[in-house]
Structure formats: C-alpha cells, structure tokens
Ligand binder design. Structure first.
Ligand SMILES: [Zn+2]
Length: 430
C-alpha cells in the first residue's frame, strides 16, 4: 500500500460500505496528514476534485510547508501539461494537469489547525499526533475509537538527525502501520560533517566547485547547517560563496527558522542557517552562474540546488556545465530512486542525457549517507520496540516491495509479532 495520503482509514466507520469498497472521497469525514512531503500530501487537491470537502488536520509546520509544496507541485503540473500540449507528446487528446494552482489553493483552505498538544477529538474518535523526527512538523498519528486503536507511523526520522530531535514514543495501539522506505538497508555509520569537510578540502584545493543536488525541504536545511558549522570551524573559507539555487528551498529555510523550536538546534543557530548565503532567484541568473563556475580560472563555490535526484529543476543547469570537468565534485546527499538520473550518476555512469543531449560525467561523484531523514531498518525496529506494548497486528506500508518484505521478516523473526505487507488497495477492518 503506497498510499499517496497519510490518512489512516480509521475515520471511515468499519461498518460502512465505504470501508469495504475503499472510501469515495465525498464520504471521508477528515484527513489526518502526517507530514508535508509530496508523496504524502501531493494527492490532496485531486482528492478534493473527487469530492472531498472536509478538514485536513496537520501540525502548523506541516500546513506551512504544504503551502509551499502544493503550490509548486500544481505549478509544475500545469507547466508539464502546457508543454505536452504544445509539443504534442500527450497520450490524451488534451493533457490536463492532475490539479491546477487554483485547486491547490482551495485545498490549502481545507487545512484545519491542530491544538498545540497534538490532540483532537473528532466525534467519538480520539486522535493524537506525536513528533516523528523526520521533517519539520512530521508526526506519527494515533487514532482510537470504541476502545480500539490504530497507530500510523508516518515517515520515521533517524536518531541523531542533524536538525530533528529523536522520534517521540507514540502511545500503544492494537494495530500499527509502519513505513518501510529503508526496510532493507542500514545507514553507513558516517559523520556527515567530517565527510563534507573532506570533500570541500580536496575539491577547493584543485580549484573546483562542489555541487549538492538536494531536496528543497529538509535536506537543503541540513546541508546549510553543516556548511555553517564548517565555516565556523574554519574548514570552509569565507571567500568561498554558498549559493542556494532553489526558490522552494529558500522558502522552506525561512519556515525552518520560523519553527525553530521544533528543531534540536538552538533558535540562534537556526537563524544563522542563511548567514552569508546567496539566493539565486531567476532562472536566467541560475544559467549564468552555472556557466561562470565552469569558465576558465573560475573561483570555486558551493551550490545547493534541487531536485535531489537530478530528475529536473535548476540542478540540471549545473550538471550540464560542471559534470564534464574533473576538478568539480558532485555529492548527492539523499536517497536516489532507481531509474533516476541521480541514481545513474551515483552508480558510475560516465555519460548522462540532459535535455536531449549526452553530457560526459568527469567530475568526482559521491553519495552522502549521513543526511538521510529516514530511520534505517534498525531504526524502524527500534521505533517499534519502544512502543509501550506489542500490537496485535503490524502492517508494513510505504516502501518498495523488497524493502517492505525485508522489514516484515525482521519484525516476525526478531519481535515475534503478527505482521504482514497488505495488498495494494486492500481494505482492513478492525
Ligand atoms: Zn517523508
């Protein structure tokens, strides 16, 4: 079950036909949203289009981030549809965006504030959000009704995350749904700061620039934190500029500072994230900077740009100019999904296609593990072990099939709990 939404099905009474058939949008009473990543909130405007007009409950940080992410997502979809219609590449008569900016804005109006303690009562149902340590505002969601309870993990953060505190232990539940993004992997024990320091040292010495393709929300702010710490430690010289080329990352950084009390760093360190950081606002400026960094005798710089898997966005401007030159270093700080341009570069391909043109990859490449915002398989088991009592049933969701199955077998073998990976679209009554 790779649900686009983070809402557990708990608000559909288990006696209703909707629960058996998969609830039509207009029959949903409310949505409980765990966090702002697009694979969790990105379907909400489409759900609205299908008739869902109820409230969407989320923490205030999640609501703020969704405002940035949903607008951007709708805008990109409108652009894609326009391009497909112009170029005649649509498989449909007329390409339509999944939703428009106007629909995204109408959806944002459905967001309902969550009390500060994260507790809600909806009819006979008690709801509790607990911080999941994964992203600003990210939560696990506990729902109880008539003496029965369900816990939805949302995405679980890692212990020792740069920005987020350790996930809080949620209340016990009869049924637990747990994510499995890293269900078959362990993070290498890596000191993110030391690794980046070494990359900077080596690259700057040979006159190259460091490109960090990054997700705009979460990862970009963790990178800024480490870069500022390296500057303070004298490991990143003051005359090497830091460029943040992603308007969305810029907005997300401002929201991170606004919600600094949710972080594990101090408010003053949060405010320093943007110290002497240069923003690139316009695409023309981005292209110009990308060209200038590849010019003969160019001064080295550090550039953070999206998208994180190099599937699109302004990071392509820099890949085009920097990848062919061996003095530069391209370090991917995030998970690279199979089939993406980022995954191919990290796997060592010496040539990648960008905007229809083959670009040689001669720059040094690395994959940084220390910036992941997800618990690894050990972390997920640790999260389960910390629950006040074992659940009656665990469902493993939100992961590639191999990852979900690997986590399932570890839960069975190491915890001895009833666990299963549900079928896509399956309805469970409890
Ligand atoms: Zn997430």
């Amino acid at each position: 079950m790779s649900s686009a939404l983070s809402a557990p099905p708990a608000l559909v009474p288990h006696t209703s036909p909707a629960a058996r058939e998969g609830a039509p949008a207009q029959q949903l009473d409310a949505v409980l949203l765990s966090h702002a990543h697009l694979d969790h909130c990105g379907y909400l405007p489409a759900l609205r289009r299908q008739g869902f007009k109820g409230p969407i409950y989320a923490t205030s940080a999640t609501s703020d981030l969704c405002e940035v992410l949903l607008r951007d997502s709708a805008h990109l979809q409108e652009e894609d549809a326009r391009r497909a219609n112009r170029d005649g590449t649509s498989r449909h008569d007329k390409a339509q965006p999944l939703y428009s900016v106007r629909e995204a804005e109408a959806t944002l109006k459905q967001f309902a504030p969550l009390p500060r303690d994260g507790r809600l009562r909806l009819g006979q149902t008690d709801v509790r959000f607990t911080p999941a340590g994964h992203l600003l505002g990210a939560s696990s969601i506990h729902v109880s009704h008539s003496g029965r309870s369900l816990l939805f993990s949302g995405d679980v953060g890692r212990v020792g995350d740069l920005l987020m505190p350790t996930p809080q232990v949620p209340p016990a539940a009869d049924v637990v749904m747990i994510e499995s993004t890293y269900g078959n992997r362990l993070h290498a024990p890596e000191d993110a700061q030391a690794r980046l320091a070494q990359i900077l040292r080596n690259t700057l010495k040979r006159g190259g620039s460091v490109l960090l393709p990054s997700f705009a929300v979460g990862r970009a702010q963790a990178l800024l934190l480490v870069l500022q710490r390296l500057r303070n430690a004298g490991e990143l010289p003051l005359d090497v500029p830091i460029w943040l080329d992603s308007p969305m990352a810029e907005q997300a950084t401002e929201l991170t500072i606004k919600h600094a009390k949710l972080l594990r760093i101090s408010a003053s360190e949060a405010r320093s994230l943007t110290d002497r950081v240069h923003y690139v606002t316009k695409q023309a400026q981005s292209l110009k900077l990308a060209a200038s960094l590849a010019a003969p005798r160019a001064k080295p710089a550090v550039v953070i740009s999206a998208s994180g898997m190099a599937t699109g966005g302004r990071v392509l401007n820099y890949l085009e100019t920097l990848a062919p030159q061996p003095q530069h270093h391209i370090a991917f700080p995030g998970f690279q999904a199979g089939g993406t341009r980022g995954a191919r570069i990290v796997a060592g391909e010496r040539e990648v296609k960008i905007r229809g043109r083959w670009v040689p990859v001669n720059a040094e490449i690395s994959h940084l593990d220390g910036f992941s915002g997800h618990a690894d398989a050990d972390g997920l088991l640790q999260w389960l072990r910390a629950l006040p009592r074992p659940p009656e049933q665990v469902y493993v969701v939100h992961g590639e099939p191999a990852a979900a199955d690997a986590l399932r077998s570890r839960i069975q073998d190491e915890l001895g709990w009833a666990v299963r990976v549900p079928q896509h679209g399956e309805t469970v009554t409890w």
